[in-house]
Design a protein around this ligand. Structure first.
Ligand code: TMP
Length: 215
């Protein structure tokens, strides 16, 4: 069995994570790896239900504490039902956001207590952390615009976070930077500007050592 690897992608809105994860999954499959591409929130059937309540603009949006618990519930289900079994089967698990997002968004963005978040993250993840986390770096105004443009052409209304004020997105970015500073070993910062291909080659540079590849 090949070595299982758990890798996460993080960043603000509209940084192109999803496109990059899809390209990376294809690249790894060409190298002969079994890949599970998943995301939070929404990596399980229950999580898809939870996601609707988290990202849609509704008349009764969750208050910050309810929001935190919904992300934690989504994560607990995802770790137990999807991520752990895939790792046990030797997969490379690529996850679009994970527990770091809760620190960036719910702690730095919403202002919830960090200790509470760390404790809930510890419980929801069962102590499972990625071997590497790529932080895709893009100015938040560029990212939010990209994301809103995508929303306009999509049938799903998922704009609750994009509609937040600029200061919220600045705090989220500050949160990611602080995490990266504290956990430098696990994080790699990837410049999100340029063509899809340019970013994809930076993504690969930041990960190839994990796959024993030199080019
Ligand atoms: P996505 O659009 O990248 O799939 O993420 C959905 C939104 O959920 C995004 O605005 C970030 C937010 N989010 C949190 O606020 N906390 C979390 O723990 C996670 C995983 C996502």
């Amino acid at each position: 069995m090949k070595t299982p690897l758990f890798i996460t992608f993080e960043g603000g809105e509209g940084t192109g994570k999803t496109t990059q994860l899809t390209l990376l999954a294809k690249r790894l499959e060409r190298l002969g790896r079994d890949v599970l591409l998943t995301r939070e929130p929404g990596g399980t059937p229950l999580g898809i239900e939870i996601r609707r309540h988290l990202v849609a603009s509704t008349i009764d949006p969750p208050v910050p504490l309810a929001e935190l618990f919904l992300y934690a519930a989504d994560r607990a289900q995802h770790v137990e039902r999807v991520i752990k079994p895939a790792l046990a089967a030797g997969n490379v698990v690529l996850c679009d956001r994970y527990a770091d997002a809760t620190v960036a968004y719910q702690c730095y963005g919403r202002g919830l207590n960090r200790e509470l978040i760390d404790e809930l993250n510890g419980i929801a993840t069962g102590g499972l952390w990625p071997v590497r986390t790529l932080l895709i770096d893009l100015d938040h105004s560029e990212g939010v615009n990209r994301s809103l443009a995508r929303e306009a052409s999509s049938e799903e209304a998922e704009s609750r976070f994009e509609e937040e004020e600029t200061a919220f997105h600045e705090r989220v970015n500050e949160g990611y930077r602080a995490l990266m500073k504290k956990e430098g070993e696990r994080f790699r910062l990837v410049d999100g500007y340029g063509t899809v291909e340019e970013v994809a080659s930076r993504v690969w540079e930041a990960l190839k050592d994990l796959f024993g590849e030199t080019k």
